[in-house]
Design a protein around this ligand. Structure first.
Ligand SMILES: NC(=O)c1ccc[n+]([C@@H]2O[C@H](COP(=O)([O-])OP(=O)(O)OC[C@H]3O[C@@H](n4cnc5c(N)ncnc54)[C@H](OP(=O)(O)O)[C@@H]3O)[C@@H](O)[C@H]2O)c1
Length: 191
C-alpha cells in the first residue's frame, strides 16, 4: 500500500492515559513504524455523535445529558473526509499529523438548540449528573469507555481539547463546517 491516512483522535494528544486514546496512539505508532507513507488525522468529537439523542428526540422525550454547558469545537465528519481526500490526492501531506476541529466551540445545550431549530420545534433537555450518565452508559459501553467518554465530553476537559484549529481550512481551502450546518443536513434523523 502506498499511502495510508489514519483517522485517530485528538485525545491521543490531550488524554493519552485514557483507554480509547491509548489504542489510537498505539495504531499511530504501528503505522509510523510500518514503512508505509502515512498521514494521521486527529479529529475532535464528531457532530454526528449527537445521533445518540435521535431516539429520544424522535420519541418527543426529554434529552438527558451531563456537562450541557461545556463548549468543544465539534467537527463535521465531512471535514474529516475532505482532509483525508486532500491528504491522499495532493502533495505535502505525507508524514504529517493534523489536529482537526470545527470552526467554533459549541456546547451540548447549543447542539440541542440547533437540532430543535432545524426541526422547527422545541426539544426539551435536562442536565443529569455524571453518576446518572455513567449508570446509563456502562451497560452499553463498559465502565472504562463510559468514564473516558464522560471525561472528554466535560468531566476532564483541558485547554488543548477546547482549542479551535484552522487546519481544515488550511488543508482543504474551505472553512470548517459549523455544527448548525450538520444539524440542518441531518434533521431528518431526528424527525
Ligand atoms: N466519534 C467521535 O467523536 C470521534 C472523535 C475522534 C476520533 N474518532 C475516531 O474515528 C474512528 C471512528 O469512530 P466512530 O465514533 O465513528 O466509531 P463507530 O461509530 O463505532 O464506527 C466505527 C465504524 O467502523 C466499522 N468497523 C469496526 N470494526 C471494523 C472492522 N474490523 N472492519 C471493518 N469495519 C469495522 C464499524 O462498522 P459496523 O457498524 O458494521 O460495526 C463502524 O462503521 C475511530 O478511530 C475513533 O477513534 C471518533
Amino acid at each position: 500500500m502506498e499511502h495510508v491516512v489514519l483517522v485517530s483522535s485528538i485525545t491521543a494528544r490531550t488524554h493519552p492515559h485514557l483507554g480509547p486514546a491509548a489504542q489510537n496512539l498505539a495504531v499511530e505508532r504501528l503505522l509510523q513504524g510500518s514503512g508505509m507513507a502515512w498521514t494521521i488525522l486527529r479529529p475532535t468529537q464528531f457532530a454526528s455523535n449527537t445521533l445518540r439523542w435521535a431516539p429520544s428526540i424522535r420519541g418527543r422525550k426529554t434529552v438527558r445529558m451531563p456537562y450541557a454547558d461545556i463548549g468543544l469545537p465539534t467537527i463535521h465528519p465531512a471535514d474529516v473526509a475532505s482532509v483525508a481526500r486532500a491528504a491522499l490526492t495532493e502533495y505535502g501531506h505525507r508524514g504529517r499529523t493534523y489536529t482537526l476541529t470545527g470552526p467554533e466551540r459549541v456546547t451540548a445545550r447549543q447542539q440541542v438548540e440547533f437540532i430543535a431549530a432545524a426541526l422547527g420545534r422545541e426539544v426539551p433537555l435536562v442536565e443529569i449528573s455524571r453518576e446518572e450518565a455513567r449508570a446509563e452508559m456502562t451497560p452499553l459501553l463498559g465502565a472504562e469507555a463510559a468514564d473516558a467518554v464522560l471525561d472528554v465530553t466535560g468531566g476532564d476537559v483541558n485547554e488543548a481539547l477546547r482549542q479551535v484549529h484552522d487546519t481544515v481550512a488550511r488543508v482543504t481551502g474551505s472553512p470548517a463546517r459549523p455544527f448548525h450546518q450538520w444539524a440542518s443536513e441531518n434533521a431528518d434523523a431526528f424527525r
